[in-house]
Design a protein around this ligand. Structure first.
Ligand SMILES: Nc1ncnc2c1ncn2[C@@H]1O[C@H](COP(=O)(O)OP(=O)(O)OP(=O)(O)O)[C@@H](O)[C@H]1O
Ligand SMILES: [Mg+2]
Length: 246
């Protein structure tokens, strides 16, 4: 069976900086991948290439064997790849429920500008997504009024409303108080399990990586330097000295 995502020779430079260095990578259905690496290692660049936000100078991205290299982000979303952002991309003048409605409406190919938003979206689907991530009690809050942990959760919920096969999360716990990180990840991972979504998340917190990932890949200077189980990668000498600084 074709890998869910496969990259071949992905390469991208910014001036003199090699942000993606001929990356060959595969992700399979059912995996929970954590990507680790220091600031500037190229973790977000790799996500941006795989989700259509950046075009590589060389190489290809295949989704279940289909070449999606350089396709528009919204098309890649429709093919089943959702993402959340390092800084949550919310509709700040809207409530939590409206944010999920707007996200879900994007998936509706029949969306007409002349029809009221609510009529284009299955209301049950929106309620189910709110319940799934535990944001039901906050449904009428303005998204801009939420604390950071719930803003991150809403960003994930908006991606889940599009019913992805794969969800890529760029630092889902960054900016969240350390005592709230595990609760956030538990909620997110439970939601992903319920919907049978494969996941890939960027994370700096080693405890979170060890607890929630089934596989870890370590990035240095645009390249994958270690890839394996959390135990293998977190104990790899190069990863320990150059990524974790321990
Ligand atoms: N749009 C851009 N223009 C110029 N340089 C960029 C751009 N995007 C990324 N870079 C550079 O590419 C390198 C990789 O950046 P990237 O954002 O992918 O790192 P990262 O691993 O996500 O880091 P962080 O942990 O800080 O989020 C860095 O040197 C960065 O400065
Ligand atoms: Mg980044």
């Amino acid at each position: 069976m074709a890998a869910l995502i496969r990259t071949e020779g992905l390469h991208l430079t910014f001036g003199g900086v090699v942000a993606a260095d001929h990356i060959d990578f595969e992700l399979h259905t059912g995996e929970r991948l954590a990507v680790i690496g220091q600031n500037g290692a190229g973790k977000t660049t790799f996500i941006n290439i795989c989700t259509g936000y950046l075009k590589p100078e060389a190489g290809r991205v295949l989704l279940e064997g289909v070449d999606i290299t350089g396709m528009a982000p919204r098309k890649i979303v429709r093919l089943g790849v959702g993402r959340s952002f390092q800084l949550p991309q919310l509709f700040t003048e809207h409530t939590v429920r409206q944010c999920i409605q707007i996200a879900a409406a994007r998936q509706n190919k029949d969306l007409s500008w002349f029809r009221p938003l609510a009529s284009t979206v299955d209301a049950h689907e929106v309620e189910e997504t709110l319940e799934l991530v535990g944001l039901h009690a906050d449904a009428e809050e303005l998204s801009s009024d939420l604390p950071e942990g719930k803003r991150k959760l809403l960003d994930v919920a908006m991606a889940l409303a599009l019913r992805p096969k794969l969800l890529i999360m760029d630092e889902p716990t960054s900016g969240v108080a350390s005592e709230d990180k595990h609760g956030l990840m538990q909620t997110v991972m439970h939601a992903l399990d319920q919907r049978k979504v494969t996941s890939w998340f960027v994370e700096h917190d080693v405890e979170i990586v060890a607890r929630y990932a089934t596989r870890v890949a370590a990035w240095i200077a645009g390249a994958v330097v270690a890839d394996g189980t959390p135990e293998q990668v977190l104990n790899n000498p190069q990863v320990k000295s150059e990524v974790l600084g321990t």
